[in-house]
Design a protein around this ligand. Structure first.
Ligand code: V4E
Length: 252
């Protein structure tokens, strides 16, 4: 089982051009995601994300970590703040077991016992799970260095977002993954700012400083703001009540 450490950033045509020059292209793919929860949002309010992608089930679970932020240097705790990390389960019987525990508690109802051979509809309906979000993403993937993947996502509801991602084994070093992500973000941010600065310098020295400042501010690569993921934007737009509950529970 792996833990996915990732940081989102706002991307543009420039990001794509830079990655095409300096990264190794891993290709483009398209996938349709369907996310499931109970009508009372028992999974997502606990930060569990159950989805079906390309016919396979995946469950993203929060990772319990001791909060060591106090021991970290300022730049390390900023790197941690900008990243998320989730354990990803892809084995269906394990997913069913975990989902059942989250919804019903450890001593759940024996009547809702699930077996791996059950049809999708049956285990979902026994646990009262319904699809609350679905969208299609076109993803272009690159690597900048060994173990660091950069995805540029274009969702069909009109949102573009980039992700820098490092996979580690469960119990692996999250901080060093966050540092790798920070370094990759810095590299991308510097290259983008450099391009903008050069363009602007040709026009006007003063203007270049202003452009660089605003570029950094909005690019989500060098500031300390967290960039919204596809689900944040989707729920805010199409299911504002669900979104409000997740905000109040500090899940989003
Ligand atoms: C974990 C999570 C959600 C599930 C979807 O995760 P996400 O990484 O946004 O989707 P995607 O398509 O990039 O998955 P991948 O292909 O990388 O596996 S929806 C909301 N969350 C929590 C969450 C959060 N609290 N903050 C941010 C910035 N992102 C996600």
């Amino acid at each position: 089982m792996s833990v996915e450490v990732e940081r989102k950033f706002l991307c543009s045509e420039d990001t794509l051009k830079i990655l095409q020059k300096i990264g190794d292209c891993l290709g483009q793919r398209q996938f349709h995601d369907q996310y499931f929860d109970s009508p009372g949002f028992e999974l997502t309010l606990r930060d569990f994300w159950l989805r079906k992608r390309k016919g396979c089930w995946e469950l993203k679970c929060p990772v319990s970590t001791v909060n060591r932020t106090g021991e970290l240097k300022e730049e390390q705790s900023l790197a941690a703040k900008l990243c998320t990390h989730y354990k990803e389960i892809t084995n269906l019987p394990e997913i069913q077991q975990r989902v059942k525990e989250v919804i019903e508690g450890p001593c759940g109802d024996p009547d809702t016992e699930t077996t791996p051979s059950q049809e999708d509809e049956l285990w979902l309906s026994k646990l009262n799970l319904v699809c609350f979000a679905e969208f299609t993403t076109v993803r272009r993937s690159f690597t900048l260095e060994e173990g660091v993947q950069i995805d540029l996502d274009q969702a069909d509801f009109g949102y573009h977002v980039g992700e820098i991602e490092v996979l580690i084994p469960e119990g692996g070093d999250v901080h060093s993954a966050q540092e790798k992500i920070r370094d990759a973000a810095q590299k991308l941010g510097e290259l983008k700012a450099c391009k903008w600065t050069l363009t602007a310098v040709i026009c006007d020295m003063m203007f270049s400083k202003l452009v660089t400042f605003f570029f950094f501010f909005f690019a989500g690569l060098s500031g300390d703001e967290r960039v919204e993921g596809k689900m944040n934007v989707y729920l805010k737009r199409y299911h504002p009540e669900h979104y409000a509950k997740l905000l109040s529970a500090h899940v989003l």
